[in-house]
Design a protein. Structure first.
Length: 158
């Protein structure tokens, strides 16, 4: 083939190239948009914290329903905790129930709640929630290593 003898134009090949380029650009733009939207909305890059937020939501729903034994199992990530209650003797069910009813910051059981935001760190995820429409927020820490929940002593600013 010489310089003046160009290859024949193939419309289907050019259309396929164009479609791949446009599709790739849209996919990259969509991933970037999801990443930023998840971060800005407080749910982590690409909404990575949503499974943890769901676990906290299920925990709070269980407390709201008054099923403290099941909520205690979610807290320890141990649904069969009743088979070995000595494993959690440092924080027994009686104290747990007291902490989430009479001794809570909301002076009673949970009536309403809303999971607000979550922030990831090296050891897990901190989830902030509004309970009983109170101005005082609830901060729970999800531990990555064992899936347990715990109180988070610091307050997130959001």
């Amino acid at each position: 083939m010489t310089l003046l003898n160009a290859p024949e134009y193939n419309a289907s090949r050019e259309a396929k190239k164009r479609n791949v380029l446009v599709g790739s650009g849209i996919a990259i733009l969509l991933i970037a948009l999801l990443s930023v939207a998840g971060f800005i909305s407080g749910h982590g890059w690409l909404f990575m914290n949503l499974p943890v937020e769901h676990k906290v939501s299920v925990f709070l729903e269980t407390l709201q329903a008054g099923d403290y034994a099941k909520a205690y199992g979610i807290w320890w990530n141990d649904p069969d905790w009743q088979k070995h209650p000595d494993a959690h003797k440092d924080y027994p069910l009686s104290r747990f129930t007291e902490d989430w009813t009479t001794e809570s910051d909301w002076k009673g059981p949970i009536k309403t709640f809303h999971v607000d935001v979550s922030k990831r760190d090296d050891t897990g995820v901190v989830v902030a929630a509004t309970v009983n429409d109170s101005r005082k927020k609830l901060f729970l820490k999800y531990q990555k290593k064992d899936g347990t929940l715990s109180y988070f002593p610091l307050e997130l600013q959001y």
